[in-house]
Design a protein around this ligand. Structure first.
Ligand code: GMT
Length: 389
């Protein structure tokens, strides 16, 4: 294995391929590692949605899911573990990076145990949020998550908040490395003017922005309520939706927002839209990091948001954006109004946000952090013995 030297690593990445911050992060990390000469193998039930085709040193291995009549519920964990063991064996992986403990780290640990000792990859597990904040407290998952975190070779979380919550809720005693999310934008393809034209936003209108998978925890209902209170009324709200927006159409109409809320679903060329926005609006009730806020920061766009979870680590209140208490739509609307009606302050916060994004949450910083963590994990002793595949 090449892991103990500075030679390129062979890394398997297991992530959810669907629209969501963890899949986006895992995909971009794989691309950045491949660009640095490492060999990357993505393993999932579908090709991650932002993963480009035909990229040097990037491979994708689909997991086939069978629907045996004997199984009342389809099983993914076992075929995933077998595929991980096969890819590890055939390509000599140094490590598997599992995004989420269950089922990904669980499957990776099983794969490790299936392989003969000299072929076993190390397993690094990154927690993104719900493993800890939601499933950790579920009696049907908590013990499996704890086991995965104890048996894995290295654990990372995407914020200090999530590290503390993982220690508190799951009782993990081992060291946890905080490695923040990162975002390095690609160059937009269209101009800001062209995108605003497509959206029907005129030069004198301000464009607010919300991006999420619309899960209940994102409180899109509150985003809309706050937007309905924002001044000036000539502003519009762009929602980049990683899910079906239909359920919120009644809110849009009830709040008198018809024509002012523009929705685009499952967008991949997000940079085109990010260059066209003026202010981010987020009302999440829980969030371990909030990649969408960072994506806006990279385009010098500040956000107003609820101060929950890891968001205060991303937004420095009053400096790179404004934070309000969770659930307080009046405060959220007031904060948005303050920044929309004060272009100089908005620009100041936007510039500071962009600088902070580059200094703290960019690929050069974070990819190096992951690499040094991988090498540390690979250099450490093997945890356990097992049989051969
Ligand atoms: O937020 C979601 O619903 C999706 C989830 C995911 O799998 O992407 O997001 C989590 O991971 C992101 C990437 O690390 C973070 O930016 C999000 O804050 C986190 N979501 C929650 O903690 C609710």
């Amino acid at each position: 294995m090449s892991a103990l030297t500075s030679t390129p690593l062979k890394i398997g990445i297991v992530c959810y391929p669907s629209v969501g911050g963890s899949g986006i992060l895992a995909t971009t990390l794989g691309e950045e590692l491949a660009a640095r000469g490492h060999e990357i193998h993505f393993i999932s039930y579908e090709r991650p949605f932002r993963l480009p085709t035909d990229t040097a040193r990037i491979h994708f291995h689909p997991v086939e899911i069978n629907s045996y009549g004997l199984f009342k519920y389809p099983d993914y964990t076992l075929p995933l573990s077998v595929k991980l063991a096969e890819v590890s064996r055939d390509h000599g992986l140094d490590l598997i990076h599992a995004h989420y403990a269950v089922p990904h780290a669980t499957a990776a640990l099983l794969a490790r145990d299936m392989l003969p000792e000299h072929r076993r990859p190390k397993v690094v597990t990154t927690l993104h949020g719900t493993d800890t904040t939601l499933l950790g407290a579920d009696a049907g998952y908590g013990p499996a998550i704890r086991h995965a975190l104890e048996a894995t070779d290295g654990v990372t979380t995407v914020s200090e908040f999530l590290r503390a919550e993982t220690q508190r809720l799951i009782g993990v005693k081992r060291p946890i490395e905080v490695i923040y999310n990162f975002f390095t934008p690609r160059a937009p393809v269209r101009t800001r003017a062209a995108v605003r034209r497509e959206l029907g936003v005129t030069d004198d209108e301000l464009l607010l922005f919300h991006s999420s998978n619309l899960r209940p925890v994102k409180r899109v209902d509150l985003v809309l309520e706050a937007f309905a209170r924002v001044e000036p009324r000539t502003s519009k709200l762009l929602v980049l939706a990683g899910g079906d927006f239909t359920a919120f159409k009644a809110d849009v109409s009830r709040l008198g927002l018809t024509g002012r809320v523009i929705v685009r679903e499952n967008v991949t060329a997000i940079e085109d839209y990010l260059q066209a926005i003026d202010l981010g609006l987020f009302a999440s009730e829980s969030e371990s990091f909030c990649l969408s806020i960072l994506e806006a920061m990279a385009f010098a766009c500040p956000s107003v948001s609820t101060a929950v979870g890891g968001i205060p680590e991303v937004i420095t209140d009053g400096f790179t954006g404004l934070l309000v208490p969770p659930g307080d739509t009046a405060a959220l609307a007031a904060a948005a109004t303050v920044l929309l009606t004060d272009p100089a302050r908005r620009a100041r916060l936007g510039t500071a946000a962009q600088v902070r994004a580059a200094e703290k949450f960019s690929a050069p910083v974070i990819v190096e952090h992951y690499l040094s963590f991988y090498r540390e994990v690979c250099a450490a002793g093997t945890l356990r013995d097992g049989a051969g595949l």
